[in-house]
Design a protein around this ligand. Structure first.
Ligand code: UDP
Ligand code: MG
Length: 309
């Protein structure tokens, strides 16, 4: 059995198109298919559309509906927990992940002994230049400072074996950064490249700001580098101030002590004060994550599934 997990946030128009596209290639896949749509607190009629889809395909369409919007990461996790297939794939509802690739992915995983077939886009057409620039910078940065490798352009669209899914489910952390988690669990992965596609309907739920916050989350979840940099800069400024102190004492002893240097003093005080706040901020970011983690709140809350119908 193949489980297809589809996180949906305001996708009332995309879901029927998505189902139609996948049903088209169904003959090419010898596996039984199980869809798991996760309605992530959509504000539109996605839930009604999903109920309808379950009516249409009672055997294969399952759905979970959250009590509010918990984010795509939570939706993925819920889907992985619910999936029962031996092969599991994760796909966006907007058809940016081409279903035509599925037969080839299944072939690779079954014949060539891979545990996971991922996908990456070769280009970022249809995306603002500035966003591509920041995305590239982010991948360069995170690959330098984190031990976990993150492939530039890799999408969440991937096919995994049951063994790998079980490994992912063992990571029960609250702050979930899937790109990192997929890579952290290891296993033999091959990436298929394809050209970027525009979404079929609806609009993206990511603003520049939300992507920025998401990238900070990625860094904090998978790297301690910011903490190390903060300590390093702190140590550097400490050494610098000791040298300056020695210089000033000797100068005062040799040349006397005319009271000048007030502006430079204020500058130094502001600089050091700012540095301290910055470092506190970095530490605070990690403490915030620990705080959320220790509360052990559930990652998502389900309000309705197809079994309730
Ligand atoms: N999504 C979700 N919860 C959210 C935001 C997005 O489940 O809070 C889903 C969305 O319905 C889509 C997928 O995640 O199936 C990718 O979202 P989107 O297409 O907006 O992102 P993009 O492709 O622009 O990166
Ligand atoms: Mg999309």
């Amino acid at each position: 059995m193949l489980s297809i997990i589809v996180p949906c946030y305001n996708e009332e128009e995309s879901v029927p198109l998505f189902l139609a596209e996948v049903e088209k290639i169904r003959q090419e896949i010898s596996h039984k298919i199980e869809y798991i749509f996760v309605n992530d607190g959509s504000r539109d009629n996605t839930l009604a559309v999903l109920r309808q889809a379950h009516k249409q395909y009672p055997e294969s369409v399952r759905y979970l509906s959250f009590s509010r919007n918990f984010g795509k990461e939570a939706a993925l996790y819920a889907g992985l927990q619910a999936a029962t297939g031996d092969l599991v794939t994760v796909m966006d509802a907007d058809l940016q992940d081409p279903p035509e690739l599925l037969p080839e992915m299944i072939r690779l995983i079954e014949k060539e002994d891979y545990d996971c077939i991922g996908t990456r886009r070769t280009d970022r057409s249809g995306e603002p230049k500035i966003r591509s620039f920041f995305a590239k910078t982010f991948y360069k940065l995170i690959n330098k400072i984190a031990d976990t490798e993150m492939v530039d352009g890799a999408r969440d669209f991937r096919l995994m074996t049951r063994q790998m899914v079980d490994a992912i489910l063992e990571l029960t952390e609250y702050n979930r950064f899937s790109k990192g988690i997929f890579s952290w669990v290891g296993f033999k992965t091959k990436y298929l490249a394809y050209e970027n596609r525009e979404r079929v309907a609806g609009e993206t739920s990511w603003s520049f700001w939300s992507l920025f916050k998401y990238s900070i989350d990625g860094i904090v979840n998978f790297s301690e580098a910011p903490l190390n940099i903060a300590s390093f800069v702190g140590a550097l400024s400490c050494v610098g101030s000791i040298i300056a102190m020695i210089f000033i004492i000797i100068r005062a002893l040799v040349f006397g002590d005319p009271t000048t240097g007030w502006p430079s003093m204020v500058c130094i005080m502001l600089f050091v004060g700012g540095l301290q706040l910055l470092c506190l901020g970095i530490i605070g970011k990690y403490i915030g994550k620990i705080f959320l983690e220790t509360k052990k709140r559930p990652v998502y809350i389900v309000k309705e599934t197809e079994k309730d119908r």
